[in-house]
Design a protein. Structure first.
Length: 224
């Protein structure tokens, strides 16, 4: 059982960062809302490059909308150190290749792990090219995503490319709640599915099931 406290590990790293000489962090971002709290939190310690690499997002219109929201947030947030933005290649084919055979997996299962690996290994490669001191991801802020899984994959990816992994569980310290506050403050678009076509279908199927249950309850109420 993994009982590591990733927030405590992060706290120790931040405590030892010298004042006046912020290290470079490549921050993989899944979306603007999730990145909002993370940028507010970490920009006091790092010079951040937000790396937007999410070839899992579908359709393309959804992808580009999320990219523009990420750009807008960075341009509008008052952050201690300047934050740069880098967009990765949008190539959905590489996502479908990575999850082939896992299409029917439930959300949070093996398909998601394969997707995390795809994105975090590419982020680690870019971090090495950028000579970043650390690599992290905003994905751990989501209550629906397991921090141990993401940190395990992130550590593996970072080690493969010679970059230090920044451990995190950004949902701690009310991070997820704060991201909601910042999203409302900046009027951010908050999507209602993770990003891929499979998560969207699962969300729609649950919505249809809920609608059917509501209709059944209404029929029972009318007949009583």
């Amino acid at each position: 059982m993994n009982d590591r406290n990733y927030q405590r590990e992060l706290d120790k790293i931040l405590e030892n960062i010298p004042a006046g000489d912020p290290p470079r962090l490549l921050l993989h971002s899944c979306c603007a809302p999730c990145s909002s709290y993370v940028l507010e939190y970490l920009s006091a310690y790092f010079r951040i490059t937000v790396f937007y690499y999410n070839p899992n997002i579908a359709p393309s219109e959804e992808y580009h909308r999320r990219v523009e929201e990420q750009r807008r947030l960075i341009s509008q947030m008052p952050l201690k150190h300047p934050v740069e933005f880098l967009e990765g290649a949008y190539d959905p084919a590489c996502f479908y290749d990575a999850v082939r055979g896992l299409e029917a997996e439930p959300e949070g299962g093996r398909r998601c792990r394969a997707c995390f690996r795809l994105r975090l290994f590419e982020a680690a490669r870019i971090a090495a090219l950028q000579k970043a001191d650390y690599l992290a991801t905003t994905l751990t802020i989501s209550p629906l995503k397991k921090a141990p899984v993401l940190n395990e994959i992130g550590e593996e990816a970072a080690a493969a490319h010679g970059v230090a992994w920044l451990p995190s569980d950004f949902k701690k310290k009310d991070g997820f709640r704060r991201s909601g506050e910042l999203s409302r403050e900046y009027g951010l678009y908050r999507q209602d599915y993770c990003g891929c076509v499979f998560s969207r279908r699962e969300r729609e199927a649950k919505g249809d099931l809920l609608k059917e249950k509501q209709q059944e309850n209404e029929r029972k109420s009318d007949s009583s």
